[in-house]
Design a protein around this ligand. Structure first.
Ligand code: AMP
Length: 404
């Protein structure tokens, strides 16, 4: 692979895999963060005097149209983002209403330096998700250089995210700036972490986070476990957790994780107390309770004051921080304090020189909600991809570019 920044694109056609899977309702684009995130990469190619062919997926057209016959391809068309993209780039973006076919090939062929062409949704073709080689080869024929800037789909071995890389010489395939940033941040945390390294893992289910915790036992010095998943650990140790979230079939595993952590000398921090509620609702009655003595019919929906203090203490002493998953039901005001306090501690540690990476949909939503996104070192755009990376899996999109 080549480093993107030092590559000169003059006179070359770059095919860039972006993630323009932005929310669109009634033809109106909601959050366009993903489009904005791709701009630096596109602009660099244009500034060098190259041309750009953009490829992306949007939604799941084939699967959704099978389920709902009233839907048509138009409901998944990338043509709906052309105007906004042109506006963001400050120049007209051309559009090909098919990513395959002779007409598209001719349009690509005719593309001039400084021009940008967006191809229609890759997932109109089942070959994309199947990783079909002939399909990938056709996509590859559209560019002299392949740039992958779609970290959010790097965990998929699809034609455009992984398979097509093989048709480019190593020096003509590379990560875009967004993807490069994601990979560097993730590698820094997993392979070059300054200690103490604290991983904060929260969210609803233990079962979703087992692999990440297991893998982090080999890297982290401290692991903070919060959110709904913590109650399975307390019940497994004989605590009374009322009607808090619990996965009974994971209790044994929870105890095994604690034993493994002990054997490896990793400190596991569980929340000692909770804000408990008499119902799962924004207007519930609440009180503070010890996590082994939650009354029947009450449920823990946020970490409590002692847990907040203990977790903040660990976080502010850390030099590397990875955060995935909220500490409570932060979407409701009464249960947002734990997540907010932890976010504040991560911000304080970062201001003190720690490297902090926030990844995974809900923790990213939380730092955005509390206005802390620019006060942590890195906010990852790739939920599933980031999770799989920290589970220790090889991401096909990264491996294909590196050629490993
Ligand atoms: P995840 O997608 O697994 O990271 O989980 C995120 C979701 O977990 C958020 O929507 C939170 O509202 C929810 N959550 C966090 N803590 C709790 C809890 N104590 N009880 C129920 N849900 C929770």
């Amino acid at each position: 692979m080549s480093p993107f920044s030092s590559f000169h694109f003059g006179g070359r056609k770059a095919i860039i895999r972006v993630d323009f899977n932005v929310p669109i309702k009634n033809d109106v684009i909601g959050d366009d963060t993903r489009m904005r995130a791709a701009l630096p990469t596109i602009k660099k190619v244009l500034a060098d005097g190259g041309s750009v062919v953009l490829i992306s997926h949007w939604g799941r057209p084939i699967k959704d149209m099978e389920k709902k016959p009233e839907l048509s391809k138009a409901d998944f068309s990338l043509s709906r983002i052309v105007a906004r993209l042109s506006e963001l780039l400050g120049q007209p973006v051309l559009f090909a209403n098919d990513c395959m076919g002779d007409t598209t090939a001719a349009t690509v062929q005719a593309l001039k330096a400084g021009e940008v062409l967006l191809l229609e949704n890759l997932r109109y073709y089942k070959e994309e998700e199947k990783g079909d080689e002939a399909f990938a080869k056709t996509l590859a024929s559209y560019g002299d250089v392949y740039v992958n800037d779609a970290f959010g789909t790097a965990h998929r071995a699809h034609a455009s995210t992984a398979v097509m890389a093989q048709y480019f010489a190593p020096e003509n395939r590379m990560f875009g700036l967004l993807m490069e940033g994601e990979v560097l941040a993730a590698e820094k945390v997993l392979h070059q972490s300054e200690k103490p390294f604290t991983a904060i893992v929260g969210g609803a289910k233990v079962s979703d986070k087992i692999l990440i915790i297991e893998n982090l036992l080999n890297q982290a010095t401290d692991i903070i476990i919060g959110g709904g998943m913590a109650y399975t650990f307390f019940k497994a140790q004989g605590g009374k957790i009322g009607s808090s979230l619990c996965e009974d079939d994971r209790m044994e595993l929870a105890n095994e994780l604690l034993a493994k952590a002990k054997a490896k000398g990793v400190n596991i921090h569980l929340p000692v107390d909770s804000i408990i509620a008499d119902k799962f609702a924004a207007d519930a009655n609440t009180k503070l309770a010890n996590n082994t003595e939650i009354p029947d019919a009450w449920m823990g929906l946020d970490i409590g004051t002692s847990a907040c203090a203990a977790f903040s203490d660990v976080i502010t002493r850390s030099k590397t921080i990875l955060w995935n998953g909220p500490m409570g039901v932060f979407e409701m005001e009464k249960f947002q304090n734990g997540t907010k306090t932890i976010a504040e501690a991560v911000v304080a540690a970062t201001a003190n020189g720690a490297f902090s990476l926030v990844g995974g949909g809900d923790s990213v939503a939380a730092v955005n909600k509390f206005g802390f996104a620019d006060k942590v070192s890195y906010v990852s755009t790739g939920g599933g991809a980031m999770l799989e990376y920290f589970e220790g899996k090889v991401l096909p999109g990264i491996a294909a570019i590196k050629g490993k």
